[in-house]
Design a protein around this ligand. Sequence first.
Ligand code: NAD
Ligand code: DAU
Length: 351
Amino acid sequence: MILVTGGAGFIGANFVLDWLALHDEPIVNLDVLTYAGNLENLASVWNDPRHLFVKGSIADYDLVAGLLRSHRPRAVLNFAAESHVDRSIHGPEEFIQTNVVGTFRLLEAIRGFLALQDETFRESFRFLHVSTDEVYGSLAPAEAAFSEDRKYEPNSPYSASKAASDHLVRAYHHTYGLPVLTTNCSNNYGPYHFPEKLIPLVIHNALSGKQIPIYGDGMQVRDWLFVKDHCSAIRRVLESGKVGETYNVGGRNELTNLSVVNTLCEILDELRPLPDRASYKSQITLVRDRPGHDRRYAIDAAKIERELNWRPRETFDTGIRKTVEWYLANEAWTENVTSGSYRQWIDRQYQ
Ligand code: NAD
Ligand code: DAU
């Protein structure tokens, strides 16, 4: 049994679905269902006896302590977070509450639980904290990609809150001996990505005939990784990562935002041509830049490749095509998210 937090969100749901497709081991899935939590993502495993969904917060010490006591998971994987940089700029409070206080309470509950277990259980237990490359700050154009020993220089309230959570995880290992692992991954894309983030937003706006907003000059660089490759990296780290270590995860796919958006428009032009054969590119609009916008992220994934023999399966070309195909085949999913009806998924499902 493993306990996953945030498993109704984008990466957490992909992780849960892949895990249950690959393993017999059951999952307890703890998610408070913020706007980003969508039970429709879990529809295919909703009646699977190996999947137990619990609605609740990582910041609820008593709830987490009770789940640990009753299910005795061999690992806790923490995906739960507020994850959108723009939202953190408009309202940082939730980011501190969830990412910092929530992670702290989760660590405390695990510390209390492990104190009551025997040494064999404690030694095999793992807490895996899912974090981001944004904690390292922004790279200059010719600078080397982020390695694990890069100093933390977070620039947004989101990345600062993730950095704080990483530091707490580290401290609980050094002070209390908690068996922790941390992953710092670059930008993910793929199925079930909430359409407030660049790639699903571009697909949705293009298909809806709306403007495709590009912040500033569009020359910011992100290092894109297909979400299922991130999930496979997390499984590798859980299985074989060295306790106390951090692992950077990335696909060596550095691209400017403009080139990502152009690629998306070209794939849509091919797969869903506009009636007048115009290009979706005509909807691209340069808009005001994000305050404090990080210019470039890039991950040096040499450590996880060398030590854990992990490699991504998708290139950007294969992964982005699969992603567009998924969104075209699942327009009802985006419609339910953008209309808000995804929040009544259980009622709709069982009415
Ligand atoms: P998401 O916003 O899509 O999902 C977050 C999930 O956490 C939601 O289901 C939400 O309901 C849940 N949640 C929020 N607060 C909670 C709480 N207090 N208790 C329990 N559940 C709570 O995020 P995502 O993109 O899937 O990211 C998952 C994790 O991966 C985050 O920690 C994020 O920082 C990290 N990460 C994301 C990316 C990316 O590109 N999306 C890249 C690297 C790392
Ligand atoms: O690097 C990992 C991080 O990637 C994760 O930790 C975050 O949770 C995740 O949201 C993502 O952060 P970004 O800020 O890089 O992702 P976002 O999709 O919001 O933006 C990607 C780039 O595109 C960024 O440079 C801002 C730009 N952008 C974004 C949106 C939503 C636009 O130009 N226009 C847009 O409308």
